[in-house]
Every structure is written in structure tokens, then in C-alpha cells.
Design a protein around this ligand. Structure first.
Ligand SMILES: *Cc1c(COP(=O)(O)O)cnc(C)c1O
Length: 269
């Protein structure tokens, strides 16, 4: 088993300062009772994660199955791993084999849902939480399902179909909410007072989906979806540049990488 290379004292101090600052800003901007800060650690060494863990942080996000699997193997098992990358169905098995995988935030097809549901072990004490990824900005470069608007036929929409599929056909998954990445343009140009259209679109999609699920599956079905504790369909939105706006708009989960760990090396493919 590989050993864990710990961060230097200097790096630990740096992470203490950055994580502390982001946590304080999350708390100040929070509108939901207790939002989750997912520290996005892709490309960053396991020692950085361990330093944040020692500061008491437990929620970490990763984008690549292999990188996550390697880190999970050498890091404490009470870390809550959030998978936020694109899932290829052939990687579902490896991903689901990580016992402390807490959620997958990027579900986008019944094929992926089915593969994941099959891959999750019956030994897992709780179903795997999944969030449906919504392409709120409609950019070709982004994955995710089209958002819902008030005028359209909800029952025919991909979001409604996938949500229903997860609830009815995937007993080892639990539909916990919706996620968006959103447009970088919008986040840069939205001022403090202005609303971010991506976040408003995600909220509207959630509200329409919720009404649809209640009406088609019955009020009694509500225990089968949403956050276990509150039953709410959660919203995962906001990153380093715009997490405060997202929280003020009602976000429940923010995903912050650069703001905590610093800039990442450019991807070299
Ligand atoms: C990398 C990544 C983040 C973190 O982005 P930062 O701008 O570094 O905070 C958040 N969400 C997703 C889906 C990502 O891929």
C-alpha cells in the first residue's frame, strides 16, 4: 500500500488560512441552514487533503475515477467523497467500490444510473446519493440535461424521466438534488446585486421537478427522494468565483477548489 506524503508545515499553514477564510465566507453568505462546502482537490496531492482533514474538514470533491480511487485508498475512511467529474459507464464499478463515496453529482443518463445502481454493493448501509447535472447555460462544452421552464411539458423532459427512473428503478441510489456548473461569463459579469441566471434556472428546475414528483408519485413518495434529513432536493451550485452568490441564491452545496488549494496545473492532454 502506498504511503501518504504529508504536506510541509508551511503548506499546512497556508491551507489552514485559505480553508478558514473560505469557511468564514460560506458561513457569512449562507441562506440555507447549513450548507456543505465541498473542497475540490483534483490534481492536488493527498497530503493537501490530509492537512484539511486534520483541520476538521470532511467533504472533498474529485473529478477523475482513478485519481479518487488512489486517494481514497490512502486517506481516512470517514472522508465524504463527492464525485463531480463526468462518469463513463465503464468506470461505474470502480467508483462504486469506494466505500466512503458519499455522492455523485453529475448523473446525466439512465444508462449511467443503471450501471451505477448495479455496481453499488448491497453491503452499503445507505443508498448512494446522486444529483442530476443540469446544463443551465446551454453551452455545448458543458454536460448535463436541459433545464425545465414553466411552459413546457415536464413529463416528457429528460430531467423528469431520469429522476423518475432513479426513484423507481434504482433502489441503491437516492435522488438528492440537482447540480450545475454554469457559465463562467455570467459568474464574472454578475455583480453583487445582480442575480446569476444559471442559479435562478437551477432553482426553477428544482421547483418544477419537485412539483412534478409530488403529483405523479404521490406525497407519500417524498421519503424516497431528497436529502435524508430534510427531504429537500438540494442544489449544488457555485465555485471559487461565485460561491457566495450561489449561497445567497439558496444553494446548499458549493464546490470550491482554487480558493482553498490554489491554482491547478493546466491539463496536459
Ligand atoms: C474543478 C471543479 C470545481 C472547482 O472549481 P474552482 O473554480 O477551482 O473552485 C467545481 N466544480 C466542478 C464540477 C469542477 O470540475
Amino acid at each position: 500500500m502506498e504511503s501518504l506524503e504529508l504536506a510541509t508545515t508551511e503548506r499546512k499553514e497556508e491551507l489552514n488560512e485559505y480553508l478558514g477564510e473560505i469557511l468564514a465566507r460560506v458561513e457569512a453568505a449562507a441562506s440555507s441552514s447549513s450548507p456543505t462546502l465541498v473542497a475540490v482537490s483534483k490534481y492536488k496531492p493527498a497530503g493537501d487533503i490530509m492537512a484539511c482533514y486534520e483541520l476538521g474538514h470532511r467533504d472533498f470533491g474529485e473529478n477523475y475515477v482513478q485519481e479518487l480511487e488512489e486517494k481514497a485508498r490512502i486517506l481516512p475512511t470517514d472522508i465524504r467523497w463527492h464525485f463531480i467529474g463526468t462518469l463513463q459507464s465503464n468506470k461505474a464499478k470502480i467508483l462504486a467500490s469506494i466505500p466512503n463515496l458519499y455522492s455523485l453529482q453529475t448523473l446525466g443518463s439512465t444508462k449511467a444510473a443503471s450501471a451505477l445502481n448495479k455496481a453499488v454493493s448491497s453491503d452499503r448501509p445507505t443508498p448512494l446519493r446522486v444529483l442530476l447535472q443540469i446544463n443551465t447555460s446551454g453551452e455545448d462544452s458543458k454536460s448535463g440535461l436541459p433545464p425545465l421552464g414553466s411552459s413546457e411539458d415536464v413529463s416528457g423532459s429528460e430531467v423528469a424521466k431520469l429522476a423518475t427512473y432513479v426513484i423507481k428503478e434504482c433502489p441503491r441510489l437516492r435522488l438528492e438534488g440537482l447540480m450545475t456548473i454554469g457559465s463562467l461569463e455570467l459568474s464574472i459579469h454578475a455583480s453583487e446585486t445582480e442575480k446569476n441566471a444559471d442559479f435562478e434556472t437551477l432553482k426553477q428546475t428544482r421547483d418544477i421537478l419537485k412539483a412534478y414528483l409530488c403529483s405523479t408519485l404521490g406525497e407519500g413518495s417524498a421519503s424516497q427522494w431528497g436529502q435524508e434529513r430534510t427531504g429537500r432536493l438540494l442544489l449544488s451550485m457555485g465555485m471559487s468565483s461565485d460561491f457566495e452568490t450561489a449561497l445567497k441564491a439558496g444553494g446548499d452545496i458549493v464546490r470550491v477548489g482554487t480558493g482553498i488549494f490554489g491554482t491547478r496545473p493546466k491539463k496536459t492532454i
